[in-house]
Ligand binder design. Structure first.
Ligand code: ADP
Length: 464
């Protein structure tokens, strides 16, 4: 069962609120009752002792008592719910509440019983009597029997107090439950509303509206990240979509020029306007070569970018490979008057040797292409714990900063007019990147216009 985030959060809040209110009520009720019982029992005991003291003071000596005062004490006690009986040392009753007013005694006991049953329906209490000897100068001169409803009882005001307290607890419980419900729904609303909006944006993006951006603001860290990730996703999809459209146009454009040249040349020869001289045929041949190189490059790129790229990984010394490439290029560098330097030690990598060679052939031929005579190109290999770093640095024309983010895209050329002359179609770096990506490595460029470019390749050492 799938529930909305809002529903889940609200349910969680209700659950936590219910549990807390329940726990607080139970604990508070238990502690309160326990303390209150204790208090009532202690109060009872001290009341009994007070009566005993008062009655003891009414002993006038030689077995005589102030009976009238004892009667007052007894009546007072009766009014507070205590049934007092006083006997002298011989057992003769001096005063007895039950003989004084037996109806009132019965009514009181039944009233106490009613009070207790109203609070505790299964109350098992009953009438209890406690005997206190009246001792004067270590001599027992009589005994006070105090009877009441035990083991303890609540009088009307005590019952009212504990019931009010309980009611207050219930009201506080209900209020906190309602408050937590309101807080829960507010919070879940605050969380789910932006997520719903982000989902709407994501759906639009999924439908191809790549210019869609979520303008939601959130103070929640994760939501902020989600919004910026969705926006970043839309941005890169938009860029890719633009590049994809551009690619078709670029392929058409790259093929159109040489094919048009070939077509017009051949038509002119068929119509007898031109003689098929060896220069004209060479020119046609050059255009055909350009087209077939482009098609070959595209095929290579498709192969490297394809998901089923077969990697022939072996362990080999990359320094040795690079030195070989440098040696092969030396002639071309010398012819153009560009110096080439190499520095590095033996460095074993686990990679596809031919494909890695292709990467550095592309980088080196670019460096040669875009460096003017008198310039120099430096090749460096460095070893790090996790990866091998290879740098190809030239002091050539450099790449404009605004072109740097796109330099590894297919058909991307920093300066279109200049590259027409150099003959590149803008595929070399895309091939290099797809090979390095297939090795789980990375390729970067630093460049400044008129100062030169540095291409840095990282090949990870931990490869599967
Ligand atoms: P191309 O076949 O056009 O050289 P690449 O993919 O190899 O295609 O390079 C793409 C673009 O990057 C080039 O057109 C060029 O503008 C720029 N570039 C690549 N390497 C260099 C470099 N070493 N110096 C200056 N610009 C470079």
């Amino acid at each position: 069962m799938t529930l909305s985030l809002r529903m889940k959060l609200s349910l969680a809040f209700i659950f936590v609120a219910l549990i807390s209110v329940f726990m607080i009520s139970i604990t508070a009720n238990y502690l309160l009752e326990k303390q209150f019982k204790q208090y009532v029992m202690e109060k009872q005991d001290s009341k009994n002792k007070e009566i005993l003291t008062l009655i003891t003071q009414q002993y006038t000596g030689k077995s005589t008592w102030r009976a009238d005062v004892i009667q007052d004490i007894g009546i007072n006690a009766l009014e507070t719910g205590l049934i007092v009986k006083v006997r002298d040392a011989s057992g003769t009753v001096i005063w007895d509440a039950t003989t004084h007013n037996s109806g009132m005694c019965d009514q009181m006991i039944s009233n106490m019983r009613k009070n207790m049953l109203s609070r505790y329906p299964n109350w098992q209490g009953g009438y209890v009597e406690t005997k206190y000897p009246i001792v004067i100068n270590s001599k027992e001169v009589g005994v006070v029997e105090i009877g009441y409803y035990g083991p303890y009882y609540f009088n009307d005001s005590e019952l009212y107090f504990i019931n009010t307290l309980n009611r207050a607890l219930i009201i506080v419980g209900i209020i906190s439950l309602l408050l937590s419900l309101v807080a829960g729904s507010l919070l879940s609303n605050r969380l789910s509303a932006p997520i719903t909006k982000v989902i709407e944006s994501a759906k639009l993006i999924a439908k191809g509206h790549f210019s869609e951006r979520s303008s939601q603001k959130s103070s929640t860290k994760e939501l902020k990240e989600l919004i910026s990730t969705i926006n970043y996703l839309a941005e890169s999809l938009e860029t890719h979509e633009k590049l994809r459209k551009q690619l078709t146009g670029d392929v058409a454009h790259e093929l159109r020029t040489p094919l048009a040249t070939i077509q017009s040349h051949i038509e002119a020869m068929i119509d007898g306007i031109w003689h098929p001289s060896s220069e004209r045929l060479t020119s046609i041949h050059e255009e055909v070569t350009r087209v077939s190189k482009l098609v070959g490059d595209l095929g290579l790129l498709a192969k490297y970018e394809g998901e089923n790229l077969v990697m022939n990984k072996t362990r080999f010394d990359i320094s040795e490979l690079l030195q070989k490439i440098v040696m092969n290029f030396e002639g071309k560098f010398n012819a153009k008057g560009v110096a080439i330097g190499y520095s590095g030690y033996e460095e074993v990598v686990n990679a596809d040797r031919d494909k890695i060679a292709q990467v550095f052939v592309n980088l080196l031929s670019n460096a040669l292409k875009y460096t003017v005579p008198g310039g120099k190109v430096e090749f460096t290999v460095e070893s790090f714990e996790e990866f091998t770093k290879v740098t190809v640095a030239d002091n050539g024309q450099g790449i404009p900063t605004e072109d740097l983010p796109f330099i590894f895209e297919r058909f991307y050329r920093a300066d279109k007019s200049r590259n027409r002359l150099t003959g590149g179609a803008g595929i070399g770096l895309a091939i290099a990147k797809s090979i390095i990506d297939a090795h789980h490595g990375s390729i970067h460029v630093n460049s400044k216009i008129d100062e030169g470019s540095t291409f840095i390749v990282f090949i990870p050492k931990k490869t599967d």
